[in-house]
Design a protein around this ligand. Sequence first.
Ligand SMILES: *[C@@H]1O[C@H](CO)[C@@H](O)[C@H](O)[C@H]1NC(C)=O
Ligand SMILES: *[C@@H]1O[C@H](CO)[C@@H](O)[C@H](O)[C@H]1NC(C)=O
Length: 350
Amino acid sequence: MNTISFAAQILSCYLLLLLQLQTTMASAAPVFTGVFDHGSHGVTLVKIDEAPRCPSAKTKGAPPKPLLVAAPCDAGEYPVVVFLHGYLANNSFYSQLFEHVASHGFVVVGPQLYTISGPDTTDEINAAAAVINWLAGGGLAGGNLPPGVAADSTKLTISGHSRGGKVAFALSLNHANTSLPPIAALVAVDPVDGMAAGKQTPPPILTYKPNSLHVASPAMVIGTGLGGLPRGRLFPPCAPPGVSHDDFYGELSSSPARCHFVARDYGHTDMMDDVTPGVKGIATRAVCLSGAGGRRPMRRFVGGAMVAFVKRWVEGSPELLEGIRRRPEMAPVVLSVVEFSDEEAMAPNQ
Ligand SMILES: *[C@@H]1O[C@H](CO)[C@@H](O)[C@H](O)[C@H]1NC(C)=O
Ligand SMILES: *[C@@H]1O[C@H](CO)[C@@H](O)[C@H](O)[C@H]1NC(C)=O
């Protein structure tokens, strides 16, 4: 071997090393940001009809409420994430969020709890509980999922948006008229407990005493910066201060773990689908103030934060949530609040 080819070899080895180093460095820092994109699984969306009043042999085993289920297409057993819709909303308005979460290896179950409802939330809490018990009893095993796909309802997360966030809290605090299987994690997305402090809808969940909500599981509360502002003079805010995310988070007892994110520039319904049809769908834009950048960034953030939180507390993989905690500026939305457990709030982007 002559000197020149020897030198060339050393040089190419060195270049290769440099290249490898660069790629590992480039991928090491923001690898958690993949959580804000579609995950590795293809996803199927299935609608399952509710059991009729007079069940026949054919409808035996149908759920107590209509369901929209998002499941990975690849064979495997996946933890269950129940997601409860907001006031007068359709479960279908969250289909893109469901697909995002399911693509990271979850079976997402969105019941349609009612079509019309007054202020009282009691029936909704009990209906959600009935769906959860149906899931825990193996309800999804009846051929509703793709071949080889199973829902592991021993790893159960309860989540919800707006009034559905309140219902998720209510279930975690044992307000249902039936007992529930253990809940592994709670996620409330811009939860709302009524019109204003002192004007809560029954049953009230907030108590206005710090650390009074003893939720047994880890809990994440996501808020919106624009949810507390009115859309115009005609409408009240969709998530009025005094009954919204700050209050829910503030009243959570600190054990076992809790976190709070606020998307500064987004509104109450901005995690919904780009297209929400019908009168109710139009209302989600007409009544609530929205961010300027369309719904995609907020949906990516909420989906990613949900995946990171459930991976942390249900599956024992802390890296993704830790990534968001250390580098909140990498999130697809500006976060004005990033609080974990009993640490002081920090506002990284203000
Ligand atoms: C629970 O409440 C719902 C209505 O909110 C009712 O239909 C159901 O029968 C109740 N179940 C029990 C066990 O009391
Ligand atoms: C909303 O849900 C109801 C009942 O589940 C259904 O009849 C209606 O078509 C849905 N609307 C939209 C826009 O999906």
